[in-house]
Design a protein. Structure first.
Length: 95
């Protein structure tokens, strides 16, 4: 990944701040961040505890991108470089 320029970083932060005013922009903004940072997936969770009390769950909002298909296609070739991955696949799931 090419390093972010100051202008790109500033634009990303500006896009995030714009989402506070216009929450419908989160999906587009997270897609842009995912693609620029060459990530497979981005998820952002907001939790408000202000109304929560004993036995009252917090308010939660989640925004997420779709998985980047290119990354999904690369995963099988990348598994071998993860230390202990073979043991993980050979172990019972509930042990």
């Amino acid at each position: 990944m090419k390093p972010l320029s100051n202008a790109e970083l500033s634009r990303m932060f500006g896009d995030i701040y714009d989402c506070a005013v216009e929450p419908s922009r989160w999906f587009q903004t997270l897609d842009s961040i995912r693609d620029r940072l060459e990530l497979a997936f981005v998820q952002l969770n907001f939790t408000s505890m202000s109304k929560s009390g004993l036995g009252v769950p917090p308010d939660m909002i989640t925004f997420q991108t779709d998985w980047n298909r290119e990354w999904i296609d690369k995963l099988p070739g990348l598994l071998d470089i993860i230390p202990g991955v073979a043991a993980m696949f050979d172990t019972e799931i509930d042990t």
